[in-house]
Design a protein around this ligand. Structure first.
Ligand code: S3P
Length: 446
């Protein structure tokens, strides 16, 4: 099979070595928001006119979405220093790609594009790396097939997804069984091509960047509580998108500065959409010293600077209502819990088992290696705060686990070595350098 981008057949080579101690200090800007970056190029591609994007995340995941759209005939300039120019082809302007589309590690690309491509007049294959081809896709293929899409998946409902031309999509009224912004966004994108109305209801609030950005592209979206509806009877008009810093990337620094005495950071221009700020609330419940200042709105998304300084943390029962609002930040939050006084309990977070890795299992194994008592449960984890000791931990190719354990080095007795860190480039290129400049004793080893 020929792939759009050849998958790397070599084993991961990059390791992080983090010396204990130091402190985090200064002013920094984390790269652009991954979720908003994906959506900006997808909506830009099917809009009419030229969309200008700034602050775009140049991580491998978002570049995979760009490459996929290019393979379908969309002319895209960049990214250069976060600037991307998308020459929109309109809702009906995508072309059949010559080869299967390889999406690397990116679940967001796969699920959002599955929705977009179910309504096209050509066949397409979506595939990805070892992690992505193990991730559940029935959550999108089942409702899409109810809309009339023709999709084949591997046994177990996993990628590759073979999406065939259908006789036309029809809108559905769908109660989502899982709280997932990817599923919601997938169905809304399919709804742009479906007859009648497509309505989705989410069991808990999830990130609403798709809804906000559709509105920014002039597309009518009906929102009522947890229900969101679209029809196919409108067009998208090109827009300017300023992508704020990713709160999911900022989260590592919020935790690092909180756990290490003498730390103080100002994180500039971070997205603080209320569907994403669970991490701030959870850390504040634990006793963190976090202040959100200079709040403003940029292109329909709330943005602010965040000041954080070290503070003694205590273990808590994490409110289940915050789980979907902090879903990507738990690896970092678990490190905060490991450094807190007392027990932290997380429940209602079974979704963590189907992220880029099984984040409950992999974090528990890493924490245990670091001498922290942590007990995985079916839908969460129990962590007893204590003294982190040096260890070698395996990230299982999961970017957020690699970065979370890097921060653990600040409070460790001896060095922490983290294996399999190449995928940090999927969401946070330049992480080691930025963290080092802020005071983390991190080096990258081949
Ligand atoms: C994302 C939604 C979340 C999140 C992922 C990005 C998105 O996934 O974990 O990193 O951009 O819509 P789920 O929708 O599966 O919770």
């Amino acid at each position: 099979m020929t792939y759009l981008v050849e998958p790397k057949m070599t084993h991961s080579k990059i390791r992080f070595l983090v010396q204990p101690g130091g402190r985090l200090w200064g002013v920094l800007r984390v790269p652009g928001d991954k979720s908003i970056s994906h959506r900006s190029v997808i909506l830009g591609a099917i809009a009419e006119g030229v969309t200008q994007i700034s602050g775009f995340l140049e991580g491998q995941d978002c570049v995979a979405t760009i490459e996929a759209l290019r393979a379908m005939g969309v002319s895209i300039e960049g990214p250069h220093d976060g600037r991307v120019v998308v020459h929109g082809v309109g809702k009906r302007g995508l072309k059949v790609p010559d080869v299967p589309i390889y999406l690397g590690n990116s679940g967001t690309s796969m699920r959002l594009l599955a929705g977009l491509l179910s309504g096209q007049s050509f066949d397409v294959v979506l595939t990805g790396d070892h992690s992505l081809t193990g991730r559940p896709m029935r959550r999108v293929t089942q409702p899409l097939m109810r809309m009339g899409a023709q999709i084949e998946a591997a046994d177990g409902g996993t990628p590759p997804l073979i999406i065939k031309v259908s006789e036309g999509l029809r809108g559905i009224d769908y109660d989502m069984p899982v709280a997932s912004a990817q599923v919601k966004s997938c169905l809304l994108l399919a709804g742009l091509y479906a007859g009648g109305r497509t309505c989705v209801r989410e069991p808990a609030p999830t990130r609403d960047h798709t809804e906000r950005m559709l509105t920014g592209f002039g597309y009518p979206v009906e929102r009522q509580g947890r229900q969101i509806c679209v029809t196919a009877d409108a067009r998208l008009t090109a827009a300017s998108v300023d992508v704020p810093g990713d709160i999911s990337s900022a989260a590592f620094f919020l935790v690092g500065a909180s756990i290490r005495e003498g730390s103080e950071l100002l994180l500039e221009h971070v997205g603080i959409n209320p569907t994403r700020t669970g991490v701030i609330e959870i850390l504040k419940h634990m006793g963190a010293n976090i202040e959100v200042i200079n709040e403003t709105t940029v292109g329909g998304e709330p943005v602010a600077d965040i000041r954080v300084s070290a503070s003694p943390l205590k273990g808590i029962d994490i409110p289940e209502s915050l789980v979907s609002l902090a879903i990507d930040e738990f690896p970092a939050i678990f490190i905060a819990a490991a450094c807190a006084k007392g027990r932290t309990v997380l429940r209602g977070a079974e979704e963590l088992r189907v992220k880029e890795s099984d984040r409950i299992l992999v974090m528990a194994q890493g924490l245990q290696a670091c001498g922290i008592k942590s007990t995985p449960t079916a839908d969460g984890i129990v962590i007893e705060g204590g003294q982190i000791r040096g260890a070698t931990v395996h990230s299982r190719g999961d970017h957020r686990i690699a970065m979370a354990f890097s921060m653990a080095g600040l409070c460790s007795e001896t060095a922490i070595e983290i294996e399999d860190c190449d995928n940090v480039n999927t969401s946070f290129p330049g992480f080691p350098q930025l963290a080092k400049n802020a005071g983390l004793g991190i080096t990258v080893r081949q």
